[in-house]
Design a protein around this ligand. Structure first.
Ligand SMILES: [Zn+2]
Length: 147
């Protein structure tokens, strides 16, 4: 297992800070509701060790995709979104963790232009307490699905 460099990586630092927003964790990945969601249910799923996407083994890549698929199913159910965008911004850039953003799409709130969804800037409407409660709901549903 590769060394994690706490204090030098904003992702590793956020693992502790956002404990209450965690929806899923195992020995490989950690998932959270975003503290500043672009849509309701916006989540981030990180590979816990410092491994870039391009260095992730085929087996681990499949594992990450599988976990994000399960989480997407739960987000769709809990938040009632029409779909989920699974995005990987900054491939091998900016963060030393392979990760996906899961962005629930609500068709009545977005514009679709060809391949892209335009998501208008949104002010965060959920309080930290509400986000914590929602993270609990997602976590409970995931426990049911994973067990
Ligand atoms: Zn890190």
């Amino acid at each position: 297992m590769k060394q994690r460099n706490k204090g030098q990586c904003f992702v590793c630092d956020s693992f502790g800070m956002h404990d209450k927003l965690r929806t899923y964790e195992d020995n490989k990945v950690s998932a959270f509701l975003s503290y500043n969601p672009v849509t309701r249910g916006h989540s981030c799923v990180f590979w816990k060790d410092h491994v870039l996407f391009s260095s992730l083994s085929k087996r681990d890549t499949q594992y990450l995709v599988d976990v994000t698929t399960r989480i997407s199913r739960v987000l769709k159910k809990v938040f009632g979104s029409d779909s989920i965008n699974r995005l990987n911004y900054n491939f091998d850039n900016e963060t030393p963790h392979a990760y996906f953003e899961l962005i629930p799409i609500y068709h009545n709130e977005v514009e679709r232009t060809g391949f892209y969804y335009f998501i208008p800037n949104r002010k965060k409407t959920e309080s930290f307490e509400e986000l914590t409660e929602l993270a609990g709901k997602v976590g409970d549903s995931l426990e049911t699905l994973f067990s």
